[in-house]
Write a protein that binds this ligand. Structure first.
Ligand SMILES: Nc1ncnc2c1ncn2[C@@H]1O[C@H](COP(=O)(O)OP(=O)(O)OP(=O)(O)O)[C@@H](O)[C@H]1O
Length: 279
């Protein structure tokens, strides 16, 4: 139930991490989702978290958000407390919800602030407007969230996470149900934040290809086992076969990674990007 740390050295320059996990284990009852996990998240780093359904990706975000206690091990913030932006998994919004798009974004700015006063209100409006502009949502920000398309709602969720000026951005499958154009737009927005503000990004996804050029390291979780390293180190036939405990073939086609598994190899745990092998 342990994982090997393939490449802490591949992080590059020695930097003080914003978030650090040491020997982190999360169990529900007898089942360890992951155990002995060491992970540092440094400024400007983009870490993708992959793994089949139920492997503990969202639970990892919940631990980092302070919503879930570790069963053992330590979570530390070596540089002190930081602002954290969170893009939650998409959920269907009730069409009768009258909250406007800009109100949703403003919730991200308000955070724990109360009684901001008149001057504060002006700054708040400016910051919210900027965030809405940055995600290209100005045209629909005054409409009720419930009447917006999935892609439009997702852009507003990104704005909500970014408006708080986060040092760490936690994203839970932010590309889910977006078309290719919106996948690209949302990935670019997150990457822009990372490069311009040195924000660290932890990005849960089932599909690495849309973000492959942005990824520094991959954390791949399968059934309590895990690997951490650069995409070229982790996304290999050898490593994934070991994680899934069955033959997995990883092939590169142009700039895409195609993962091919044996029929029925991972059953209901089959990740979205795992293609059935035809032999
Ligand atoms: N509070 C809890 N108590 C007990 N079990 C839980 C709790 N929260 C999550 N789980 C279980 O832990 C497992 C991991 O859940 P989690 O949501 O972290 O997986 P995931 O990798 O994000 O999955 P998906 O890809 O489907 O979103 C699941 O089997 C889930 O049912």
């Amino acid at each position: 139930m342990t994982g090997d740390l393939l490449s802490e050295s591949s992080v590059g320059a020695v930097e003080q991490p914003l978030v650090s996990l040491r020997g982190a284990t999360l169990s529900y009852g007898q089942r360890a989702l992951w155990a002995d996990l060491d992970l540092d998240l440094c400024p400007g780093e983009f870490v993708a978290v992959l793994g089949p359904n139920g492997s503990g990706k969202t639970s990892l975000l919940r631990v980092l958000l302070g919503l879930q206690k570790l069963s053992s091990g330590r979570l530390t913030l070596p540089g002190g407390d930081h602002k954290v932006g969170y893009i939650p998994q998409q959920r269907a919004v009730d069409p009768s919800i009258t909250l406007r798009g800009r109100d949703l974004v403003a919730l991200g700015y308000d955070g724990h602030k109360w009684g901001v006063g008149l001057k504060g209100m002006r700054t708040r409006r400016q910051r919210v407007d900027e965030a809405i502009r940055a995600v290209g949502a100005t045209a629909f920000a005054n409409r009720p969230v419930g009447l917006l398309s999935g892609g439009e709602q997702q852009r507003l969720r990104v704005a909500q996470a970014l408006v708080s000026d986060p040092a760490v951005l936690l994203c839970d499958e932010p590309l889910l149900s977006l078309d290719l154009a919106h996948q690209r737009a949302v990935s670019e927005l997150i990457d822009k934040r990372r490069t311009e503000a040195d924000t660290a990004v932890l990005f849960v996804t089932h599909e690495i290809n849309p973000i492959l050029p942005l990824v520094d390291r991959v954390l791949y979780l399968v059934d309590g086992r895990f690997r951490i390293g650069a995409p070229d180190e982790v996304m290999t036939s050898e490593v994934l076969s070991e994680l899934y405990r069955t033959q997995i073939d990883v092939v590169r086609v142009r700039d895409q990674i195609i993962v091919v598994g044996a029929h029925g190899a991972v059953e209901s745990d089959q990740p979205h990007h795992l293609q059935a092998r035809s032999d």
